[in-house]
Design a protein around this ligand. Structure first.
Ligand SMILES: Cc1ncc(COP(=O)(O)O)c(C=O)c1O
Length: 386
């Protein structure tokens, strides 16, 4: 029998979103928030703009790109751009897990685009990236949060493309090196790698994306919160601290706290290193595990943020999927009850398994302390099924 481990993670927060707050965070970090002020007041606008400026500096976003704050988290930013630019040319839609599939559904079932191709792959795999046609627009997710599969690099993206590359990077940004020259639209939410709050989305636009916005008018109506242009021109205010509607100044302050923390560590290289160290810690454990393996088949595609594991125990052979899923549920419940790990069950549409967040706010020592608990809990869960 595996002994019940003695030491516990200092922080049991391994959720894939909202993700763990930065080490040492407390509500005191929000003390200077401009609450009770108009978000249109000079100091508030400056605070909002500071989020963009600091994000741009850390991420190395080119100076000719626009970066603004939109409502409705990453989903808001993605949908504002899909509704604003799609339809101008054909589109290739890539999906290999639940969120990518959601964007396919938007384009096909909601916008009803005739000229679309869907390039799909099952959980654990990537679609054939060589089949993407860059004369068309391309919509993809840099890191598939629910399968733990990421694109390994941007080499597959054409530099001389005619279409726009639209990238949902919410669980990749601040954790993986994005290649800005290969991207035209990038979106994310604060709630992921830096442990900020949800409900606010970031939208980064290349000059080519701005050109599309200013030269194309979609045939469908756009609700106010999706409207990025005014009189045929980019609504520049959105990218200068004048949000479309009212943001939370508490969340803005929290985002600034997270960005200052990121700077204090050493910026993007340090953030990436923390995430890769977390993946490496899990990989060492997987290597020795007789019951868990990465859901991502190809090592180069394994996410360093949403680390997804599937069950490969011989015990599961000949048992139904429901039995295995029930055992996984027992693991998740037991570790929650122990206060060792919260929210580590795989996403509802993904194969039964575990998902450990390894983003920059998670300490490697906490992940390392969790891993023996997984062995203990799995053994207990298996015994409970016999
Ligand atoms: C890849 C991806 N896209 C979109 C979303 C939705 O994000 P939000 O709830 O911040 O809009 C998530 C959330 O986990 C995600 O992982």
């Amino acid at each position: 029998m595996t002994d019940r481990p003695e030491s516990r993670p200092r922080c049991p927060h391994f959720s894939s979103g909202p993700c763990a707050k930065r080490p040492g965070w407390s509500p005191d970090a929000l003390e200077a928030a401009l609450v009770g002020r108009s978000h249109r007041a000079g100091p508030a606008k400056a605070r909002i703009q500071e989020v963009s400026d600091r994000s741009r500096a850390i991420l190395g976003i080119p100076s000719d790109w626009k970066l603004g704050l939109l409502p409705a988290s990453d989903t808001g930013a993605v949908e504002a751009i899909l509704w604003s630019v799609l339809g101008a040319r054909g589109v290739d839609l890539l999906a290999w897990e639940s969120f990518g599939a959601g964007w396919v559904s938007d384009a096909v079932k909601q916008l009803r685009l005739d000229d679309h191709r869907v390039l799909e792959a099952d959980y654990g795999e990537l679609p054939d990236l060589a089949a993407v046609d860059f004369e068309r627009d391309v919509v993809f997710t840099w890191n598939g949060t629910t399968s733990g599969v990421r694109v390994p690099n941007a080499d597959w993206i054409a530099s001389d493309r005619l279409g726009l590359t639209i990238c949902d990077a919410t669980s990749a940004v601040f954790a993986m090196p994005l290649v800005w020259e290969k991207l035209d639209v990038v979106t994310w939410s604060w709630q992921k790698v830096l442990g900020g709050e949800a409900a606010h989305g970031m939208l980064a636009l290349s000059p080519r994306a701005v050109e599309r916005l200013e030269s194309y008018e979609p045939p469908w109506p756009l609700p106010k919160i999706f409207r990025l242009t005014k009189g045929g021109k980019l609504n520049a205010g959105i990218f200068e601290g004048s949000t479309i509607n009212t943001p939370s100044m508490l969340c803005v302050e929290d985002a600034l706290d997270a960005l200052r923390w990121a700077d204090s560590l050493g910026g993007l290289p340090a953030l990436i290193e923390r995430c890769e160290r977390n993946l490496a810690a899990v990989a060492r454990w997987v290597e020795a595990s007789a019951w868990a393996d990465f859901l991502a088949r190809v090592p180069e595609t394994r996410s360093c943020t949403s680390i997804c594991l599937r069950i490969v125990d011989a015990w599961a052979d000949g048992r139904s999927g429901a039995e295995v899923a029930a055992a996984v549920k027992r693991v998740v419940r037991a570790l929650d009850a122990e206060g060792v790990a919260y929210d580590i069950g795989s996403y509802r549409d993904a194969p039964a398994g575990l998902r450990l967040w390894g983003g920059a706010t998670v300490e490697t020592t906490d992940l390392e302390a969790l891993l023996p608990w997984l062995d203990w809990a799995w053994e207990e869960a298996r015994a409970g099924a016999d």
